[in-house]
Design a protein around this ligand. Sequence first.
Ligand code: COA
Length: 253
Amino acid sequence: MTVFRDDILDGRVAIVTGGATGLGLEVARTLGRHGAKVAICSRKEDNLRPAVKELAAQGIEARYGVCDIRDMEQVQRVVAETVAAFGRIDVVVNNAAGNFPAPLTGLSTNGFKAVVDIDLLGTFNMSRAAYDAYLGEHGGSIVNISATIQYTGMAMQAHVASAKAGVDALTRTCAIEWGRNGVRVNVVAPGGMTGTEGYSRVTAVTGTGTRSPLGRHGTRHEVADAVLFLASDAASYITGATIAVDGGACLAR
Ligand code: COA
């Protein structure tokens, strides 16, 4: 079920990092169902292969690239392969993220760095590679998946909150520097969302309660629709913005 016209991304090409599973796959599916060709990437080919098959079965033209977004050369290769195969890039969704709950005293330097490198450095790498290869000359839309926990801090999530605060800052700076080139850069900040690996990991520690005034957790579908909106021309004058898709939960901490 969609409330958007199904051709709003016709002729567009999207790259979705972490697009093989969870929210990333839902985003790829949503952009694809609205006309985009999608390239998904992740570290695990075993996840990518069935995901592309599933997208193709729904009539979506999809391909995958294996890469660790922490490695700029691998990211540049996937971006180049996407342009070679699909001819363009219009939308980049920086969705790939790492998360495990750990108290500060349970976090090694390497554990902290692993999450910052995936979430923040990975977002920089993919944004920069796509900008250099295509977006800088042709314009487009970058949507960074962030979070809301960094607004207040959250126990067991120091590494993630720090990384996401960086993603928010990076987003605003990209929006300022790249606006003249027609590149819009925005954040979608999901709150508690059922049906994702991150949700299972975090709620195993925090419990499944919600602070949302709406009294429930969100769904991947609801978050993906916000990404679709920002990717589309309906958001043509929106850049540097954050849309929290958390049912208002961050108001009630
Ligand atoms: N508690 C504390 N430290 C942890 C941890 C946990 N639950 N899980 C991983 N780490 C630490 C590791 O011990 C290691 O640090 P060390 O070298 O000092 O021991 C460091 O994090 C890197 O771990 P490693 O597994 O080698 O890194 P990776 O790059 O392969 O994995 C992670 C990345 C850490 C994000 C891993 O949790 C992961 O792959 N997660 C799957 C994807 C995911 O998180 N999805 C949810 C998205 S919201």
